[in-house]
Design a protein around this ligand. Sequence first.
Ligand code: 5GP
Length: 186
Amino acid sequence: MNKGTLFVLTGPSGVGKGTVRKLMERERLNLFTSISATTRAPRKGEQEGVHYYFLTKEQFEQKIREEAFLEYAQFADNSYGTLREPVEEHLNKGENVLLEIEVQGALQVKERCPEAVMIFILPPSMEELRRRLIGRGTETPEKIEKRLKQAEWEMSQRDHFDYQIVNDHVVRAAVELVSIIRREGC
Ligand code: 5GP
């Protein structure tokens, strides 16, 4: 049986990766979306095992020692990581797998799995990214500044990716993502 294709969706925080992904998930694609582990506190409405696996710092470090992560990174004072086992299980079953992760982790995946399809979502401008992060209302002004600072470095990495999608219009961006997955997926 053919193995599935690994897709990595990345881009700065606030760019709309999650919104684009949710729209895309309405299409009938043979796609499993990985659920990450994080030490970040749950936001209002976020559920354990649905949005993330919420771990303490100690639990996260234990997973690092057990080599349970395919990739992990520090981002805006918290740790985030992709659990290796479910990703491998789904790929081995012939399903495509999507990781929605930040850029440092995406670059680790590219090194470890050079066959992964790497997709970068860009904001139309940095001003628009700031506006979206503020509009989302999930972070304090101080945390928004941290995320924007990180975004400048993240944007500088975009040429390492196979595809770049500008999220100027969420439906258009989702259509572009679906067509990439249909073309590259198994
Ligand atoms: P948030 O706190 O807004 O949910 O996520 C912050 C950033 O971490 C986002 O860019 C998100 O895509 C990224 N992220 C989520 N899960 C993972 C993961 O498993 N690994 C890495 N490297 N980044 C992740």
